[in-house]
Design a protein around this ligand. Structure first.
Ligand code: SAH
Length: 223
């Protein structure tokens, strides 16, 4: 686990810390209660995960483009998904499908021992890998692949999170959960999807519908 204390990273001005604190106040107002999640988001320089031209908008309550037609989710969604993943305790490891900018992986890696993250677009995978390495993260493992297949060699995972929307939750990913594992995914093919939480209870997969969300689609293959 890592501590991205302000000042240890380049490019963080005083303004950013104040802006981050305001973002966290807003998240609290929106109902986020997990203090660990809130303090990690207050300390994580979200503006370094987007293009410099968008840095001033990084702490607004909005999704931002990260290139290649992909987006970094709004802070509320990152906070909400992280909170739900940790609700039943800290899982030993998390598998994320859709590394994108690396922001969600960075937040998770400060809260759980090990993060595995899979991205299908080579340029994004390379950029986020380099960025997170430069921050000193040693507990994030990257793979360039189609996330539909998960990460068999490193399974099972206490938690799996999809940050791109499949039409249906891939069975392969459910099979890579531990017996007490939970999977969180936006599911659907429209502009808006249903955020679904799958938990394992006495051998069965139990599905719960949470919020309506808007994610980019999960696509097959790699680029
Ligand atoms: N978690 C990211 C969100 C990125 S957007 C962040 O914090 O920035 C969703 C990402 O999922 C995109 O980068 C997209 O390329 C990726 N993606 C879509 N389908 C995928 C698949 N089948 N396997 C792996 N990644 C996928």
């Amino acid at each position: 686990m890592h501590d991205l204390t302000p000042g240890t990273l380049h490019g963080i001005g005083m303004t950013s810390q104040r802006t981050r604190d305001r973002m966290v106040d807003r998240l609290r107002g929106q109902g986020i209660q997990n203090e660990a999640v809130l303090s990690i988001m207050a300390a994580t320089p979200r503006h370094l995960f987007v293009d410099e031209a968008l840095a001033t908008r990084a702490y607004e309550d909005t999704a931002l483009p990260i290139g290649y037609g992909q987006t970094l989710s709004q802070p509320y969604i990152v906070a909400r998904m992280t909170e739900v993943l940790l609700e039943a305790g800290t899982p030993p490891s998390v598998l994320e499908i859709g590394t994108g900018s690396g922001y969600q992986a960075a937040v998770l890696a400060q809260l759980v021992p090990v993060v595995y993250t899979v991205e299908r677009i080579g340029a994004l995978a390379q950029r986020s890998n380099r960025l997170l390495d430069s921050f000193g993260f040693r507990n994030i493992h990257f793979k360039l692949d189609d996330g539909h297949t998960g990460w068999e060699e490193c399974a099972p995972f206490g938690a799996v999170v999809l940050t791109a929307a499949p039409a249906e939750i891939p069975d392969t990913l459910l099979k890579q959960l531990t017996h007490t594992g939970r999977l969180l995914a936006p599911v659907g093919t429209g502009e808006r999807q249903q955020l679904m939480l799958v938990t394992r209870e006495e051998g069965l997969f139990v599905r719960r519908m949470l919020d309506q969300v808007s994610f980019v689609p999960m696509r097959p293959g790699r680029e």
